[in-house]
Design a protein around this ligand. Structure first.
Ligand code: BTN
Length: 270
């Protein structure tokens, strides 16, 4: 990585918009957009290069998993989407979310010295509170699969940006590492390097090693939770962790094992 040390007095956005690319990723910086995932999907359909990074200062319609809203406070975080054209079997695409979680934890640990954990499948937590999320979306095109890996990280989001009911459940990196706002470019570069690493490992058939790392970061393992299925049922049980394909196994109160690929997982309060 050839990043001259940027003076911390230069705000992140000014540093970023001076660059054409970051760690080999062509940059598309947007002052404001609805959703970087939507922009990256459009660019991808129109032939944009693999690796293209769409990043916004502010999103007006940032979206999360299961149609949830992603609050994108202006200058409060990193909101970006990486366009991927991975050489992977379609059945392996859901694993990208788990791999991206490992990449994010590694980058945050390297740059901030923090130890994030993951709530299956896509929530990044610090001390049990959400500080980031991942939304991977795929489309099958004539020339192969297009994956948009969307990441939202609360870097300096004030608590007041969240609705009252979410304030106790969310956090931002600067509450744990007050100097992180001066090093956002390094954090972004580290995330891109780690994403490139895990995608290359997956393409070489090495998902098992990534899953091993994921398990060491698992916040959910052994905890009581409620699974709201996409069919609207509610299953209460305990998390047994993900299987080799990344599906979460839940043991319900009757001892039955459920294999979860989608749906909402809610942790019971301790
Ligand atoms: C989640 O927590 O369910 C996933 C949140 C993903 C949010 C990011 S912000 C950048 C990208 N653009 C979006 O609209 N969503 C993702």
């Amino acid at each position: 990585m050839n990043l001259f040390p940027p003076p911390s007095c230069v705000p992140f956005w000014a540093q970023l918009t001076r660059l054409q690319e970051l760690c080999g990723h062509p940059l598309v910086p947007l002052d404001e957009t609805v959703s970087t995932n939507s922009d990256a999907l459009t660019l991808g359909r129109n032939g944009a290069a693999a690796g293209t990074l769409v990043i916004a200062r502010r999103q007006t319609g940032g979206r999360g998993r299961l149609g949830k809203r992603w609050i994108s406070h202006p200058d409060g975080g990193l909101f970006f989407s990486v366009l991927l054209r991975p050489d992977l079997d379609p059945a392996d695409l859901p694993k990208i979310t788990l791999a991206a979680g490992v990449a994010l934890c590694r980058a945050i640990s390297r740059i901030c010295g923090l130890k994030p954990t993951i709530k299956w499948p896509n929530d990044l937590l610090i001390n049990g509170r959400k500080c980031g999320g991942i939304l991977a979306e795929a489309e099958f095109l004539d020339n192969g699969v297009l994956v948009v890996l969307g990441i939202g990280l609360n870097v300096a989001t004030p608590a007041t940006a969240f609705p009252a009911e979410l304030r106790e459940k969310t956090t931002a990196l600067n509450r744990h590492d007050p100097t992180v706002t001066d090093r956002q470019l390094f954090l972004l570069a580290a995330i891109l390097e780690e994403i490139d690493g895990v995608i290359a490992t997956m393409e070489e058939g090495g998902f098992a090693a990534i899953l091993g790392q994921w398990r060491a970061l698992d916040y959910t393992l052994g905890r009581q939770l409620t699974w709201l299925t996409t069919a609207g049922e509610t299953v209460r049980g305990i998390s047994l962790g993900p299987d080799a394909d990344g599906r979460l196994h839940i043991k319900d109160d009757q001892g039955r094992i459920h294999e979860v690929l989608s749906g909402d997982i809610r942790l019971q309060s301790p």
